[in-house]
Ligand binder design. Structure first.
Ligand code: PLP
Length: 406
């Protein structure tokens, strides 16, 4: 195990007070806090070598380009991709999925073809596919989950057909926290010749990720959910698939030659990185991953596992509180409702106790509707949270209940 106090000291925001009390940050599924190393790295870019990448001949530009391409190498190794050609920097998961929905749709999807998404997906892994299906006259099909939050994977045997082109599934879901059984899902999809996109927005920071060993065709994640700057993210794709996809956006850096008659595109991954990218952010993403490697991903995983069992047991034992999502395989998320209390009221009272949580539909309306609800309160923790914070959170829920039911 690591020294939790040392880890917490790496995240300056955790030491601040809100309403005169020490912040208890339990909204990590929305975004994570940033360690000093990442903050310092961003500062370093702007203080020491800021210059537009891949373009200028200056020493400064070469330094900045080297740092950016080094960040790509770090991402490549972190997810065990085969080559840096397979790592496309984007502004986040949403941008990566929209890129893929356009390019995959253009190349692989025809009228009457099918795309399968899961009922428990975030809107970012539903709406781009819906838009693409409308554009290509394709059919969007849904793999449902059961009341514990586990996908009904047995239905894949009939849901996947010879017309199915792609199956889109989260590594871990953002409301219920279920870690989906990707080995089984990928195997079933590949048996039918269906490609698989895995949305790692809630997975990469909590679950060991090896895109190569797991045979994912496409994998996406957001930097800001893994302790990196906002406006960063990654689309991973197997090289032979990315090679076949047309570019999404046109502009500088993604072309080899341009004339009014003909345009040739850059090699991978630059074909998909049009315009000046968020290079400072991407360099910060590389730094965040290096920081995690320094702490030790195995240590992080075992600390989080222990904290999650503790938290789920404590929260679910509070009378009148029901957690939605009781899968045996969960990341650190508890989305719950309190009998007779509106989720927004609960969230507001907790905030006044300096406890930050998320409330509402959490960009996953189909999931919330599955339980016949209009919203939930979501607490989400990570390796810098503590059992003491979970205790204070549970006391906060008890107090909020008293205030709101009196
Ligand atoms: N997918 C999942 C599972 C998420 O939880 C989120 C954000 O909460 C997204 C996609 C969208 O991520 P972003 O807003 O960083 O693009």
């Amino acid at each position: 195990m690591f020294d939790i106090e040392n880890v917490r000291a790496d995240f300056p925001i955790l030491g601040r007070e809100i309403y005169g009390r020490r912040l208890i940050y339990l909204d990590n599924a929305a975004t994570t806090q940033k360690p000093l190393r990442v903050i310092a790295k961003i500062r370093e870019v702007y203080e020491l070598y800021n210059s537009n990448i891949h373009r200028s001949v200056s020493r400064l530009a070469a330094m900045c380009t080297d740092e950016y391409e080094n960040a790509r190498k770090i991402v490549c190794e972190f997810i065990n991709a085969k080559s840096t050609h397979e790592i496309v920097f984007t502004s986040g998961t949403t941008a990566a999925i929209n890129l893929l929905a356009f390019a995959f749709g253009e190349k692989f999807v025809n009228r009457g073809d099918e795309i399968v998404v899961c009922e428990s997906e975030h809107h970012s892994n539903i709406v781009p596919w819906k838009l693409m299906c409308e554009r290509k006259n394709a059919v969007l099909k849904v793999l449902p989950f059961d009341d514990s939050g586990d996908l009904k994977t047995e239905l894949l045997d009939t849901l996947l057909t010879e017309r199915t082109r792609l199956l889109c599934v989260a590594q871990a879901t953002n409301v219920l926290g279920t870690v989906n059984p990707l080995d089984e899902i990928v195997r079933k999809a590949h048996e039918k010749g269906v490609y698989v996109l895995v949305d790692g927005a809630q997975g990469i920071q909590h679950v060991k990720t090896d895109v190569n060993a797991c045979d994912f065709d496409f994998y996406v994640f957001s930097g800001h959910k893994i302790y990196a700057p906002t406006g960063t993210g990654v689309l991973y794709g197997k090289e032979h698939l990315l090679e076949q996809l047309p570019p999404w956006q046109g502009g500088g850096d993604m072309v080899k030659n341009v004339s009014f008659a003909e345009t040739s595109y850059s090699d991978l991954p630059f074909k998909f990185e049009a315009g000046t990218s968020n290079y400072a952010g991407a360099i910060g993403l590389g730094e965040a991953l290096s920081y995690l490697i320094y702490i030790g991903m195995d240590k992080i995983h075992s600390y989080e596992k222990d904290l999650t069992s503790y938290a789920l047991e404590k929260i679910s034992s509070i009378p009148g509180i029901t957690i939605c999502g009781t899968s045996a395989s969960k990341i650190g998320i508890a989305s719950f409702f309190a009998d007779g209390i509106h989720h927004a009221d609960m969230g507001e009272i907790l905030d006044k106790m300096s406890i930050a949580v998320r409330t509402g539909r959490m960009c996953a309306e189909p999931t919330v509707h599955h339980f016949g609800l209009t919203g939930l309160v979501r607490a989400s923790w990570t390796f810098y949270n503590t059992k003491q914070e979970i205790d204070s959170f549970c006391e906060g829920i008890e107090k909020a209940k008293k205030i709101l039911t009196n």
